[in-house]
Design a protein around this ligand. Structure first.
Ligand SMILES: C[S@@+](CC[C@H](N)C(=O)[O-])C[C@H]1O[C@@H](n2cnc3c(N)ncnc32)[C@H](O)[C@@H]1O
Length: 299
């Protein structure tokens, strides 16, 4: 009982807010349908019944912060003119999953280094453009940059330069990606050589932070883009596109639309790389499978 006794030195409003921590509202079926339809329409992200608890707990925190009593009230705010302007980005961030890491699914980076880049050299390509199309907090894009730097420095006789574009639907993760600052633990699995060459330690050693070196940061540009858009305005076509661990959130029809749009932005002999649990088998999108999850454009 002692733990639930409000602290009477707080104001009434503060007491209400602190008590809310223990009384998380239950999301009704009607509210779940409202959010599900909104999320599917705006982002194409599926929200099956199994995700109800996850959605409820992520949004509950936001309800408390805004001092709202029900999910319905939050939905009204989110879809109001004021909410569309002020709340949309926070909401996107709450409903999507940003899990990522440096050199996640490492065989993709090995394959680029061992096979794709040597082929590009043979084909006389000297300017390589790569797109990390759901870049989250940036680890994927910076891992690609490290691979490019290593390839170029290990082949001093070739002329090759590169540019990487990272895009995501969530502004907070884009800001984090741009900053290029991470916990030291996030590079724990990297070799000492890579850590030393591509990361700087924070001066304040209590913080245990690292920052990607400026030489790499200047090669990577992060910006907002929704993969659900009908067309993408993302500059000249790419030699390689990473679309990893994001398709799983969309239904089949949306996945096909996204893949077709991505392939329109891929050079004729460009490569598409998907996450290990994703597949485009059965889609008629003009690519051939090279190794599992790596595809080459072919018309
Ligand atoms: C699980 S992370 C994947 C990060 C990285 N590609 C990887 O494999 O490690 C998925 C990312 O997709 C982003 N995302 C979700 N829906 C999106 C959409 N419609 N357009 C662009 N990005 C989206 C999320 O914000 C999130 O950062």
């Amino acid at each position: 009982m002692r733990f639930f006794k409000p602290d009477w030195s707080l104001t009434k409003k503060e007491v209400r807010v602190s008590m809310n921590v223990f009384f998380q509202p239950e999301m009704t079926e009607k509210e779940l349908v409202l959010f599900r339809e909104f999320i599917e329409k705006e982002f194409g992200i599926r929200m099956p019944d199994s995700k109800k608890m996850l959605l409820q707990s992520r949004l509950s925190k936001r309800l408390r912060e805004l001092n709202l009593k029900s999910f319905n009230e939050y939905f009204k705010y989110l879809t109001s003119d004021k909410g569309k302007e002020n709340e949309f980005n926070t909401f996107v961030d709450l409903v999507s999953t940003h899990v990522t890491k440096f050199f996640r699914e490492p065989n993709h980076f090995e394959y680029i280094f061992e096979n794709i880049l040597p082929d590009f050299v043979k084909a006389g390509k000297s300017q390589i453009r790569i797109w990390s199309s759901a870049s989250s907090t940036g680890e994927e894009a910076y891992s690609i940059a490290i691979i490019m730097e290593e390839f170029i420095s290990q082949h001093p006789k070739i002329t090759m330069d590169y540019e990487i574009v990272g895009t995501d639907i969530s502004m907070p993760v884009i800001d984090k990606a741009k900053a290029g600052v991470y916990n030291e633990d996030s590079v724990l699995e990297l070799s000492r050589y890579l850590k030393y060459k591509y990361f700087m330690k924070s001066k304040d050693r209590d913080q245990k932070l690292i920052k990607v070196v400026p030489e790499i940061r200047k090669k990577v540009n992060f910006r907002y883009m929704n993969l659900m858009d009908d067309t993408y305005s993302i500059g000249t076509k790419f030699n390689i596109v990473f679309c990893r661990n994001v398709l799983i959130y969309f239904d089949k029809k949306t996945q096909e639309k996204i893949i077709k749009n991505i392939i329109n932005n891929l050079k004729d002999d460009g490569y598409l790389i998907l996450g290990h649990s994703e597949t485009i088998i059965g889609m008629d999108v003009g690519v051939k499978n090279v190794i599992p999850t790596i595809y080459k454009k072919s018309f």
